[in-house]
Design a protein around this ligand. Structure first.
Ligand SMILES: Nc1ncnc2c1ncn2[C@@H]1O[C@H](COP(=O)(O)OP(=O)(O)OP(=O)(O)O)[C@@H](O)[C@H]1O
Length: 223
């Protein structure tokens, strides 16, 4: 199934063209790195996929949504089907890990307490954080918090995960563990798109590499 399908897409930030003529098809289970310099448009590309930035030109589909014609009230439905791992979506600091996850389930329409508890247990197990359920975010390391953010992104079994610099503030070993989780998730069939400055992971965790370069998204020649 095609998860992302962009044809001749142009992405603007305040009337300024960030990327143009973007052609991109992503299938289930693909693991894609988006690289490129600071300010080259990596975050903007990912934000366009969850309708945070409108697409003005071209054809753009994410899951079954037509981003060119998406109604405002459909945007939360689209976001429910995407796991978002972004700096702007940190854990809520005033509640425990469990309550952070419960909050998302309730906000996305879950009602049954046992089902919610079971799902929280499953996602925490998936990222090796089952014992941290009652911790407050500030009691966790940066890497542990990031694992919880990934667990939160998994709650509604998304077909697509968008991760913007998920290893940004982490030491190399912890960063590697985060990429390993994301890579495993892709192998189970979820498409994962990860923006990063750091290509050191690509040998260990193979994937498709695309670069934002001079306002275009290109497949670079890698040495
Ligand atoms: N909120 C905003 N309003 C207007 N312009 C913005 C906004 N955010 C980013 N831009 C501009 O859009 C361009 C692309 O930024 P973007 O954040 O997508 O790049 P990036 O490749 O993700 O950079 P970084 O590696 O620093 O995260 C930059 O020229 C930036 O100045």
């Amino acid at each position: 199934m095609k998860i992302v399908d962009y044809k001749k897409v142009e992405i603007l930030r305040k009337e300024h063209v960030v990327l143009k003529d973007v052609n991109l098809e992503i299938e289930s289970g693909e693991f894609t790195y988006i690289i490129g310099r600071v300010g080259s448009g990596k975050s903007s590309l990912l934000k366009s996929m969850y309708a945070e930035i409108p697409i003005e030109m071209g054809e753009a589909h994410v899951l079954d949504y037509d981003l060119m014609n998406i109604k405002r009230k459909m945007i939360p439905m689209l976001r429910r089907e995407i796991g978002i791992v972004f700096q702007d979506f940190q854990l809520l600091t005033d509640r425990s890990v469990y309550d952070n996850l419960l909050f998302v389930l309730k906000a996305t329409g879950w009602k049954n307490k046992t089902d919610m508890d079971d799902r929280i247990e499953e996602v925490l197990k998936e990222v090796g954080m089952l014992t941290k359920s009652y911790k407050m975010p500030h009691e966790l390391s940066g890497g542990e918090q990031q694992r919880i953010v990934i667990a939160r992104a998994l709650l509604n079994k998304p077909k697509l995960i968008l991760a913007d610099e998920p290893t940004g503030n982490l030491d190399p070993a912890t960063g590697e563990q985060i990429v390993r989780y994301l890579h495993d998730i892709a192998q189970e069939g979820t498409a994962v798109i990860m923006a990063t400055h750091n290509l050191s992971f690509v040998e260990q965790f193979p994937g498709r590499v695309l670069r934002c370069d001079d306002k275009h998204l290109i497949a670079p020649q890698l040495d």
